[in-house]
Write a protein that binds this ligand. Structure first.
Ligand SMILES: [Zn+2]
Length: 69
């Protein structure tokens, strides 16, 4: 399990690696107010199932992702 800080050097929230498989997390956006983070190995990309609930902004989406176990 890789552990990293949840903020980058500039203090912005950044998604942690996938809690299930350790792969890089991808940030996604739909429209102007739907944001979520999912594993880069989700589904057909590698059979991981990690996807966070949507948030209304990027920070919320990243918070949701970082709370996944
Ligand atoms: Zn994963």
């Amino acid at each position: 399990m890789i552990t990293t800080s949840s903020t980058d050097q500039t203090g912005r929230a950044t998604p942690k690696p996938c809690p299930k498989c350790g792969a890089i997390a991808e940030q996604h956006k739909a429209g102007s107010n739907r944001f979520w983070v999912q594993c880069s190995k989700l589904g057909k990309n590698g059979n991981c199932s990690a996807i966070a609930p949507q948030g209304s902004n990027k920070k919320e989406a990243i918070d949701n992702w970082n709370k996944l176990k």
